[in-house]
Ligand binder design. Structure first.
Ligand code: NI
Length: 182
């Protein structure tokens, strides 16, 4: 396993759409190694999720996990979830504002509106079908990561850039005001 270099805002790979992974390629050693490395990288940098674009790979793969994350001490726990070739369907029109950060936008936080409930259909790392309904924080993280696979970052979704904050100022002035994700 290896800790991968994370692309930062400005690298073109963050603005390119990722390609689907063919079903028969999911169990291939290269894909399995990518998934292992992405999990290790996400954990190393205390991300709540990581999309393959962020490690310079344009494949529709992302990993999500929130378990006692020091960057997000108050966030609800999400078990390790490997998402391949996702299709996300809105289950509501309701949007909620919440704080997000991103390993590709280091040391920043901003308020982002997200749908409060989505359906996620994808493959897992064993090429098994996944079909789940995600709400609130989990729904937020899914939308953030799937956006990455489409070349979108959370800044594009913000309604008001006045909430964009450096983490040091955010800790002083905003901490504790609503949930957050990345
Ligand atoms: Ni991100």
């Amino acid at each position: 396993m290896a800790i991968l270099k994370v692309a930062r805002l400005g690298h073109p790979v963050l603005r390119q759409p990722a390609r689907p992974v063919p079903l028969d390629a999911i169990r291939a050693p290269e894909t399995q190694r990518l998934i292992d490395d992405m999990i290790e990288t996400m954990r190393e940098y205390d991300g709540a999720g990581l999309a393959a674009n962020q490690v310079h790979v344009l494949q529709q793969v992302c990993v999500i996990e929130v378990l006692g994350n020091p960057r997000y001490p108050d966030a609800p726990h999400i078990p390790l979830t490997v998402v391949i070739d996702p299709v996300v369907t809105p289950l509501t029109d309701e949007m909620e504002e919440g704080w997000e950060g991103c390993l590709s936008v280091p040391d920043m936080r901003g308020m982002v509106p997200r749908l409060t409930a989505v359906r996620l259909e994808c493959w897992d790392r064993e090429a098994r079908r996944v079909d789940v309904i995600a709400k609130d924080f989990f729904a937020r993280v899914i939308q953030h990561e799937i956006d990455h696979l489409n070349g979108i970052v959370y800044l594009d979704r913000m309604r008001n850039l006045a909430t964009l904050a450096h983490i040091a100022e955010w800790n002083k002035h905003w901490l504790g005001s609503r949930e957050h994700a990345d």
